[in-house]
Design a protein around this ligand. Sequence first.
Ligand code: HEM
Ligand code: NAG
Ligand code: NAG
Ligand code: NAG
Length: 327
Amino acid sequence: MTSKSSFLTFLVCAALIPVLFEATDAQGLRSGFYKKTCPKAETIVRQTVASFVAKDATVAAPLLRLHFHDCFVRGCDGSVLLNSTKGHLAEKDAMPNLSLDGFDVIDTAKAAVEAACPGVVSCADIVALAARDGVALNNGPSWQVETGRRDGRVSSASEAVANLPSSFGEIAELKAIFARKGLSAEDLAVLSGSHTIGNAHCNAFSKRLYNFTGKGDRDPSLAPAYARTLRSQCPRGDETSIVEMDPGSAVSFDTSYYTRVSNGKGLFRSDAALLHDKVTRDLVYQYTGSASKFFRDFGVAMGKMGNIGVLTGARGEIRRHCALVNA
Ligand code: HEM
Ligand SMILES: *[C@@H]1O[C@H](CO)[C@@H](O)[C@H](O)[C@H]1NC(C)=O
Ligand SMILES: *[C@@H]1O[C@H](CO)[C@@H](O)[C@H](O)[C@H]1NC(C)=O
Ligand SMILES: *[C@@H]1O[C@H](CO)[C@@H](O)[C@H](O)[C@H]1NC(C)=O
């Protein structure tokens, strides 16, 4: 090599360093990560979610919940999608899974994205995008999703148990669990508004109806008429029936969740608990009166949640199938 060409090589390499650095070691996510490598990725995910929602509008809620469970356990790394393996129970088979759903939507979107650009788009990003698209298709807000997450290789049922909040959680415990993920009391108040869509199984709240403190009593904070309705939907001992969390408005992303919580009609103890702290209570009242504030804050908080513990750069992998780590 002549000294001139080696100098040129040096220059080219020097110029590439920042590029390589960005490509392999980027800190954090960014909007439009797939603009060059898979320009249709976001459109494909949106069209897939839209085709499922057109058939059944209730699929949006499980997609939103999947992203939440993904992010709270090991960061948003697609670990919630992994199947259990021989002798190892994955997150989706943990107790708090309480019937996670939406996996078929993610798998369909992944297959379509793989057909367009094989090996490029992570399952974790597809979950984040699908959550956003589902909310928008239930008449909720939309927001920009930063992408560039990579997929993890570990999923553990015991970590799901340890990191996910309980529906019987009181405010101090809920705030502490969110704080451990870098989320504030404000984030807790606005993200709980997710319960404006979707369904819940009776066992997530029936203790409030029949045996709140172990003395055969009812949770006194639950509005009596609502408690009666719930008792008829969930007879004593019924663990499997489901109810709408925001009755009559379960596929409409709106502020009625906050109106209900204000009136003693939050379904879970964790919903009612938002009234037991000044910061979260004030926000419940504000969101009741302002869809625009709720929608704006929700998008911002989803962005924060979507950044929890992400794998970027050279960490993790781009899974070929969302339920399996690459061989
Ligand atoms: C604050 C603590 C939270 C607790 C204790 C909690 C608990 C629960 C429980 C027990 C269910 C019912 C599951 C079932 O019985 O099938 C549920 C449903 C749901 N949660 Fe949460 N959640 C919390 C926060 C969140 C957050 C932050 C999000 C999203 C960002 C979310 C989104 C959802 C959605 C959309 C559903 C409905 C799922 C469906 O229709 O299948 N939740 N949640
Ligand atoms: C993951 O597990 C589900 C449920 O057991 C099963 O239907 C599915 O085929 C599995 N996926 C793969 C890729 O093995
Ligand atoms: C949820 O976890 C329970 C208990 O670990 C398990 O029996 C059940 O199959 C899981 N449900 C789903 C949908 O993965
Ligand atoms: C109510 O809760 C108490 C304490 O957890 C328990 O001992 C009792 O068996 C429960 N009663 C019913 C009817 O489930």
